[in-house]
Design a protein around this ligand. Structure first.
Ligand SMILES: [Zn+2]
Length: 251
């Protein structure tokens, strides 16, 4: 499962491996190809970065956007390690190739147009465009919505997935069913602070090659690590995602 910190790590790994390398050839299977892919051939990979759960590869004037969703995977390899029919994108570099397998979103467009679209459709990513005041304004506009649902809205909390959502709410001590209008500014600020620090912590673990397990206090767990009481599990409406919370510690 890809959350923002996972996309960030993959972008850093791609940059480390391929930055400055000249693209020799490209193969792509996608409907979101807005410019002729061969225009990228002969260009250097200038930068790889992330924006929420998106991975962005910059080639002079163009961007390739990759979204791994649930099933996509990225490999650095000389030969395809999976069946060719699963290949969605292959970037051929002199030493090794960057290959994306299975159902992700692959988009190729002019850099300016894609950047504009990204900024119109995505909100604040705690790891790339952190802006406390802007995030607070975006949250406060959604008075009627539940905080547990808002945390999954990529146009507000860009890069937060279901696991991080549960863990952020627990650390902030906030019940996922609370609506924004029921929350105080202090609670919203506490939630934002925890959002950023948990994303950073997750990224640090990822960089060390570790999984998310060390930071899971409630996700897929039964007992509250703070009070020892029983955690509640249900699927929250309207997102229907797995939700875990402590009725004692989360108000
Ligand atoms: Zn508790």
């Amino acid at each position: 499962m890809t959350e923002g910190p996972t996309a960030r790590l993959r972008a850093l790994q791609i940059e480390e491996k391929f930055k400055g390398e000249v693209l020799q050839d490209v193969f792509v299977r996608s409907k979101k190809i807005h410019v002729e892919p061969s225009l990228l051939i002969g260009k250097k990979l200038k930068m790889a970065t992330s924006f929420g759960k998106n991975i962005l590869l910059y080639f002079n004037g163009y961007i390739i956007r990759i979204h791994l969703m649930m099933y996509g995977s990225i490999r650095f390899e000389k030969k395809y390690s999976k069946p060719f029919r699963q290949v969605r994108l292959a970037l051929f570099f002199p030493e090794e190739n960057l290959v994306i397998y299975n159902a992700p979103i692959i988009e190729i467009d002019e850099a300016k147009r894609l950047e504009k679209w990204l900024h119109e459709n995505y909100g604040i990513d705690p790891l790339t465009n952190w802006d406390k005041e802007k995030l607070k304004q975006l949250i406060l506009k959604e008075k009627e919505r539940k905080i547990g649902d808002l945390l999954l809205d990529q146009s507000i909390f860009n890069g937060i997935g279901n696991i991080l959502r549960n863990e952020i709410l627990f650390r902030a001590g906030i019940n996922p069913e609370r609506s924004i209008k029921e929350m105080s500014i202090e609670e919203i600020e506490r939630l934002m602070k925890n959002t950023r620090s948990l994303c950073k912590k997750f990224l640090e673990l990822k960089k060390k090659g570790k999984g998310i397990k060390p930071i899971l206090l409630v996700y897929n767990r039964k007992i509250c690590p703070k009070c020892g009481g029983k955690l509640v599990f249900y699927r929250q409406e309207p997102n229907k995602r797995k939700t875990f919370y402590c009725p004692v510690c989360q108000k």
